[in-house]
Design a binder for this molecule. Structure first.
Ligand SMILES: Nc1ncnc2c1ncn2[C@@H]1O[C@H](COP(=O)(O)OP(=O)(O)OP(=O)(O)O)[C@@H](O)[C@H]1O
Ligand SMILES: [Mg+2]
Length: 362
């Protein structure tokens, strides 16, 4: 069992800068949580407070019902892996992994068995006699993971552990880390500012901004029901396109009017927006929800600016109302800059936001 609770957790550095303004969160047993947010939003600060490497300014951290807020790091039963690996250069891989087990007073035979077990899990069993300087970045990161896993922590914290690896290796390590998690079932928190990493790994994503949690949810939640324009713009590549629109009523039907197009609303959405009461709002459309249709027949007409082939699909940039709008279309369409295009929309997936608060209207 390992349930982590953060209650009103905050950190202010030197009575000036807020690292974390407020965090309330419950991480469930065996869950793989990802903290996602732009640089400086407080991800590392929060992890360091959980690990006990940073004092809290306010709030409470509970692990399995035990208040650990003021416990020393070694008494918390938590392992942390850092971005720069932080493995000891003067020790072999074996010694690196065995170190904390020795401190625990574990017998020699048992240490060897544990080290070999985790080394196999992260696929470095051939490297146990090497020194860190004799290994690639990916291998060093595996050593750091093995060292953290060897102590069988209640909670496993990883702060951007893949960010020093090249793009291809990152994707491989993502899958392996998920597989390791499925095997160990250790409750885990993983930090990244890469949204596709977060989407592909997380049971639930915690989206942070300026030291606060903006949304907590499954990858589907944050993608299809983004809490605000920040989340809708942060999750997904290319990000959501936003349009300022006005609600128009025509008999019992409603439509959203933009200077360049008119988007008819389905009755449920019309009812919801009518209830919301304001006439002006922001319409969010994800790139894949534009459907290319016969020129002139769609609700939205534009000219192609740039075509970006991606193999499995292509990203088509068009200009609407002096703004670049990115759409995803199938690779079958042969289009060039300047070509006229016409789109329909997937009405099931439209997003609506308040113009001032930028919060989702729902
Ligand atoms: N030791 C420190 N002293 C003062 N301010 C700090 C300290 N560490 C972090 N900060 C500030 O706290 C805020 C949060 O920093 P933090 O390192 O937690 O962000 P992060 O989300 O991990 O960013 P990144 O993605 O760049 O790693 C930032 O404004 C940062 O400048
Ligand atoms: Mg950080």
């Amino acid at each position: 069992m390992a349930v982590l609770q953060l209650e009103d957790l905050a950190k202010r550095y030197d009575k000036k800068v807020w690292g974390v303004r407020r965090m309330d969160l419950e991480v469930k047993d065996k869950e793989f949580i990802v903290f996602l947010g732009p640089s400086g939003c407080g991800k590392t600060t929060c992890m360091r407070m959980i690990a006990g490497l940073e004092e809290t300014t306010r709030g409470c951290i509970t692990l399995d019902g035990l208040n650990i807020t003021d416990l020393a790091p070694r008494d918390r039963n938590i392992s942390m892996v850092f971005q720069n690996y932080a493995i000891w250069p003067h020790m072999t891989v074996f010694e690196n992994i065995a170190f904390s087990l020795k401190l625990k007073g574990m017998a020699k035979d048992e240490i060897r068995k544990n080290v070999v077990d985790v080394a196999e899990m992260v696929k470095i069993e051939q490297l146990l006699d090497r020194f860190p300087g004799q290994m690639s970045g990916g291998q060093q990161q595996r050593v750091a993971l093995a060292r953290a896993l060897a102590v069988k922590p209640k909670l496993f914290l990883m702060d951007e552990p893949l960010s020093n690896l090249d793009a291809k290796l990152r994707v491989v390590m993502r899958t392996e880390l998920k597989a390791i998690h499925q095997k160990t079932q250790a409750t885990s928190i993983f930090v990244t500012h890469d949204q596709s990493e977060a989407m592909s790994m997380a049971d639930r994503i915690v989206i942070m901004r300026d030291g606060e949690i903006i949304q907590v949810g499954t990858p589907e939640d944050v993608y299809f029901r983004s809490a605000d324009m920040f989340v809708a713009g942060f999750i997904g590549t290319p990000p959501t396109n936003f349009f300022k629109v006005k609600l128009k009523k025509e008999r019992n039907q409603g439509a959203l009017e933009h200077p360049d197009f008119k988007c008819p609303l389905q009755s449920d959405e019309f009812a919801m927006i009518s209830k919301y009461g304001r006439k002006e709002l922001v319409l969010g459309i994800r790139p894949e929800d534009f459907q290319l249709t016969k020129t002139g027949k769609g609700i939205l007409n534009a000219k192609v600016l740039v075509v970006e082939p991606q193999g499995s699909h292509q990203v088509l940039a068009v200009e609407i109302d002096n703004k670049i709008v990115k759409t995803i279309i199938s690779s079958d369409h042969k289009l060039s800059p300047g070509d006229p295009v016409s789109f329909d929309l997937d009405y099931r997936h439209l997003h609506f936001f308040d113009t001032e608060s930028e919060k989702r209207i729902s």
